[in-house]
Unconditional design. Structure first.
Length: 76
């Protein structure tokens, strides 16, 4: 089955699913970093579709928002 880099929305961000590489691009990290975060529990929430890992765009946005800090001394 051929793969594609095209993100096809289902019904808005709440249900739009992207794969590991697409999610990594959105977050600005290497896909291996995202894979590592997932195995250590540091990644955004994800969905398993069969054997495949998918991320909701809305979860990526929420995770990014939760990473926002006001200054370097702020506790994560």
């Amino acid at each position: 089955m051929p793969t594609t880099d095209k993100v096809t929305p289902i019904r808005g961000d709440d249900l739009t699913l992207v794969d590991n590489k697409q999610a990594a691009d959105i977050l600005g990290v290497n896909y291996l970093t995202l894979q590592n975060w997932r195995s250590t529990g540091k990644s955004p929430r994800y969905v398993k579709v069969g054997r495949n890992v998918r991320y909701r765009i809305s979860e990526l946005k929420a995770w990014l928002e939760a990473q926002t800090r006001n200054h370097t001394g702020e506790v994560a």
